[in-house]
Design a protein around this ligand. Structure first.
Ligand code: FPP
Length: 247
């Protein structure tokens, strides 16, 4: 039987050396649309289809944690129509996929302040979190109204509040305790961060958590990012020698 290129790549992946946590900055939706003379929202719509596929691929590969950057604290600066478009697509995604996500034993979790989201997407997201809260095969961690600096400032404030309330002492604060005050308190740090679309920057994503993460950049726009591209990133990760500051 002849295998297609995705299957060929999949076969090369060492199941013993999988990244536990993969994080993705889904970028290039706007440029993908522009190249086709389509509205930017069309790029986000196509990007949502890739979310469906990559969640499935990651789950089948037994990736335990998948973090996706869907909407940043800075994205509120975009035109109203585009923001509304992204929110609509998010609602559509949950309505379309929640049953399957639940059946696949995936737990949905959010990093970011949900309170600022409009009612409809906020309620859908809360429904998804509630429905999947006891699932255990994979955590799908979605960044919504998320910013790494905001997350750190929020952690500092919460730590101070706990000190004021006598729940914590200054001496208790160390790296591990600090991590417990981040949105990702129940997740290990990402092993691999993927950013498609040719941009080589972090854009305020998981600033505290990526201290020792392996970065993978590629030129493909997110709406073109297929199963093969995900496998290529994993294979590149497996070829790296992680030293965590040691030798
Ligand atoms: C970045 O591309 C992408 C976004 C800001 C939105 C991402 C949203 C989705 C993929 C859809 C919904 C998400 C989920 C989880 C269902 P860009 O617009 O910055 O692209 P550009 O840099 O080419 O302009």
């Amino acid at each position: 039987m002849r295998l297609n290129s995705a299957q060929e790549l999949r076969k090369k992946i060492d199941p013993m050396k999988l990244p536990k946590h993969v994080a993705i900055i889904m970028d290039g939706n706007g440029r993908w649309a522009k190249k086709r003379h389509l509205p930017r929202t069309a790029g986000h719509q196509e990007g949502m289809k890739r979310v469906v596929e990559i969640v499935e691929v990651a789950n089948k590969l037994n990736i335990e944690y998948l973090s996706l950057y869907a909407f940043s604290t800075e994205n509120w600066k975009r035109p109203k129509e585009e923001i509304q478009g992204i929110m609509k697509i998010l609602v559509q995604y949950i309505r379309m996929e929640l049953e399957r996500i639940h059946k696949n034993n995936i737990k949905i979790q959010v990093m970011g302040d949900l309170k600022r989201l409009p009612d409809a997407p906020r309620k859908e997201v809360e429904r998804a979190i509630e429905k999947t809260k006891n699932n255990s095969k994979m955590i799908l961690n979605i960044g919504l109204n998320y910013g790494g600096r905001d997350e750190i400032v929020r952690a500092v404030k919460n730590i101070l509040e706990d000190i004021e309330m006598g729940k914590l002492k200054k001496e208790d604060i160390d790296k591990e305790l600090f991590s417990q005050y981040l949105y990702t308190h129940n997740l290990p740090d990402p092993d691999l961060l993927i950013r498609p679309s040719g941009e080589i920057r972090l854009s305020n994503f998981m600033l505290y958590q990526v201290a020792y993460t392996e970065f993978y950049f590629c030129d493909t726009y997110w709406p073109d990012f297929k199963e093969e591209d995900f496998y290529k990133a994993i294979l590149e990760y497996q070829s790296r020698n992680r030293r965590f500051g040691g030798v």
